[in-house]
Design a protein around this ligand. Structure first.
Ligand code: K1U
Ligand code: ZN
Length: 173
């Protein structure tokens, strides 16, 4: 297993549309293992493959364990997800992102969703999600379509965050 570097915005790779996984192979399972290690190490509750530079429709998450001691981990790997239903009622959650370190903002999303996806055996699964799980899945699925949580907030707040990220990158280089 290996820790993978997480891409920080602004970066053109974070705007790419990820491509479907053609087949769930050992190589994909190895990537998933590396992504879990990277997510728990960060720590984070989710990670999309494009955040580690892999343009595949694949994400990992664990909104239960949160990488903290004393919590039982509940890792989930979700491949080629498709949302099949969203609720009319919304939920607001103050989101963060490992690709937008140290910035948070309230994001409105459907409160409940249903999705289908492939598991690590290549089997189709159906899932109903609400609460933080629904929020996290939608946040990670946005990454697969080149979107970040700042694309859901006002241009004023988004530009403020992006300007700060550019400054942080300049200071680090
Ligand atoms: O970069 C990412 O996509 C991961 C992101 C996922 C997420 C967070 C909040 C709402 C929706 C999606 C994170 O994990 S940011 C870090 C974080 O939220 C967290 C870290 C440790 C413990 C608890 C939360
Ligand atoms: Zn994110």
């Amino acid at each position: 297993m290996a820790l993978l570097p997480v891409i920080v915005a602004p970066d053109p790779r974070l705007k790419m549309i990820s491509k479907p996984v053609a087949e769930v192979t050992d190589e994909i399972r190895e990537l998933v293992a590396d992504m879990f290690e990277t997510m728990y190490d960060a720590p984070g509750i989710g990670l999309a493959a494009i955040q580690v530079g892999v343009q595949k429709r694949l994400l990992v998450l664990d909104v239960v364990g949160k990488g903290q001691e004393g919590e039982d981990p509940e890792p989930m790997a979700i491949i080629n997800p498709e949302i099949t239903w969203v609720s009319d009622d919304d939920n607001v959650y103050e989101e963060g992102c490992l690709s937008i370190p140290s910035h948070y903002a309230d994001v409105v999303r459907p409160a409940e969703i249903k999705l289908s996806y492939l598991d690590l055996d290549g089997e189709t699964q159906e899932l109903s999600a609400d609460g933080l799980l629904a929020t996290c899945i939608q946040h990670e699925m946005d990454h697969l379509d080149g979107l970040l949580f700042v694309d859901h907030i006002s241009a004023l707040k988004r530009n403020m965050i992006l300007r700060k990220l550019i400054k942080q990158k300049k200071m680090a280089s």
